[in-house]
Design a protein around this ligand. Structure first.
Ligand code: HEM
Length: 483
């Protein structure tokens, strides 16, 4: 027997094909509540898309620790060789809307949510080890310059280069984006990076600065612009879903670069500058685990679209760093989630920690109706809705001083706006160019010339000068191709 079709109040309904009208040819009547409910709910099926990284694909997987890290951290998911932690991953393009193509030349988001026993730890990274800017003040302008033209709604490469001409701190990232790495063959064939310097700290109160690397075991595989143009718009999503469905689980080897806290004061490269890498000769990669994706989502909207990743999702033993772009992100993501998904986004299954959650936050839109979420008749909180209270000795939630992060000493500093726009924008971009084979240099400079040819003469001139500062031959090659 079929299930009974109901209205949203649960009452069975007699008909769902014909609305109520005045006679066979007449207009609707006001008592069409069934129709109104249906149309009204339909109008509310969408939530705002992410302002960046709108187009993405999610899957679940497992992180397996292959090296005990208790020397560096007290985070339980990083202690005990062989330990496994469930993960949700979301890959994305950055600039395009939800309806853009998978095959654009763009950075790919590489966001991971680790459901650890001490709370969720999110690694909200990209497939590149650096970023376009080192000051968060520039982020909205940068993103506007990469989005479609506000009047024509068409791609706008002239604006990309107009932003970069005034912001040579993007040189390193541009050199990666315009290289053969700029369009992946698939999401299984990309590396992931924290890009930022994050931190780990141990029970002794020692802190280490850490960069995370997820190296694809499928190998790096990329497409040229010409090859990408022939791909179906949804190809990368189809590839990921299919691989997982077939049991061909994509996997990555997880590695860390680890710097003792004090090294940061003397290291020649500012370790908190997001436009710079740490050469592996200075801080070698240490293999610590594997990540394998093994389960597709059951519902794209419920899981992938409502997933809320945040660099502020930290667990004891992990931390951030003075990188100012990272600091701004600690605010930006929670704010985006409260707007995009709602104040109670944390209760949705994809976002909910898989450990008990006890706090004195309560109520708000869509709090789920469960007394726990409302701070109501919850035996664990002893029905107290404020802190401190007189019930903590009876088991009401109370802070645990043992999870306090070690203090961070910032040397005698003056509070001001410091201009970092000229903090060596060229050396690492030039190093990367010099490491490339001739055919890679060809692709790089062809790709740049393609977009840059659409910019004004003034922008072209300034960009050539920037490329020449990175490496004379780099700039000359771009200049020759523009002519
Ligand atoms: C000041 C700098 C930045 C700001 C203000 C910023 C802001 C945002 C915002 C508002 C979102 C949408 C979040 C949502 O609606 O759920 C987002 C998504 C994302 N951002 Fe950033 N971002 C910044 C820099 C970066 C950097 C440096 C990285 C990588 C190292 C990064 C990686 C990502 C990823 C992977 C997503 C998609 C997360 C997902 O899959 O849901 N962002 N960013």
């Amino acid at each position: 027997m079929n299930k009974k079709l109901t209205a949203s109040n649960g009452a069975p309904i007699s008909e769902d094909n014909n609305s109520i009208t005045v006679g066979e040819r007449g207009p609707l009547t006001f008592d069409n509540w069934q129709l109104m409910e249906k149309l009204a709910h339909f109008n509310r099926e969408r939530i705002p898309e992410r302002i960046v990284h709108a187009r993405g694909y999610g899957a679940y997987g497992t992180f397996t620790l292959t090296k005990d890290l208790s020397q560096y951290t007290r985070a339980k998911f990083l202690v005990g060789k062989g330990k496994t932690t469930k993960v949700f991953a979301r890959f994305s393009t950055v600039a395009g809307g939800q309806d853009s193509s998978d095959y654009v030349r763009d950075v790919r988001g590489f966001a991971l949510k680790f459901y650890t026993e001490e709370g969720n730890w999110d690694m909200v990274g990209n497939n590149t080890p650096v970023f376009f800017i080192r000051d968060p003040q520039k982020f909205p302008d940068f993103v506007h310059s990469q989005k479609k033209h506000p009047q024509t709604n068409l791609p706008n490469p002239a604006a990309h280069y107009e932003f970069w001409a005034s912001n040579p701190q993007s040189m390193h990232q541009i050199t990666i984006l315009m290289s053969d790495r700029g369009i992946p063959f698939s999401l299984r064939h990309i590396n992931g990076y924290s890009s930022h310097t994050l931190s780990l700290w141990n029970d002794k109160g020692e802190r280490y600065w850490v960069k995370w690397h997820f190296k694809t075991n499928q190998g790096i595989k990329t497409l040229t612009d010409q090859e990408a143009a022939k791909q179906p718009v949804n190809g990368m999503q189809a590839d990921l879903v299919q691989a997982i469905d077939e049991g061909n689980f994509p996997n990555w080897t997880v590695k860390l670069q680890i710097m003792p806290e004090k090294d940061a004061e003397t290291y020649g490269i500012n370790p908190f500058d997001l436009t710079k890498v740490w050469p592996h000769t200075d801080y070698p990669l240490i293999e610590i685990g594997t990540l394998a994706l093994n389960k597709n989502v059951e519902n794209y909207f419920a899981e992938t679209e409502q997933a809320a990743f945040s660099p502020a999702n930290l667990v004891p033993g992990t931390g951030v760093s003075p990188d100012r772009v990272l600091q701004a992100r600690l605010f930006a993501y929670g704010d985006a989630h409260r707007y995009r998904v709602g104040a109670n986004h944390g209760f949705l299954p994809v976002n909910a920690p898989q450990c008990p959650v006890h706090h004195y936050q309560r109520d708000g839109l869509m709090a789920g109706g469960c007394p726990v979420h409302h701070g109501g008749s919850n035996p664990q909180t002893k029905e107290v809705n404020f802190y401190p209270n007189d019930k903590t000795h009876e088991g009401a939630p109370a802070p645990d001083a043992s999870v306090k992060e070690p203090p961070l000493q910032i040397s005698d500093a003056t509070i001001d706006r410091f201009d970092s726009s000229n903090d060596d924008n060229y050396t690492q971009a030039g190093n990367l160019y010099r490491m490339m084979k001739d055919d890679q240099k060809e692709q790089l400079t062809n790709n740049i010339a393609g977009g840059l040819s659409q910019a004004t003469k003034s922008v072209q001139k300034r960009m050539i000068a920037h490329f020449q500062k990175a490496d004379k031959a780099y700039g000359n090659q771009v200049e020759a191709k523009l002519k």
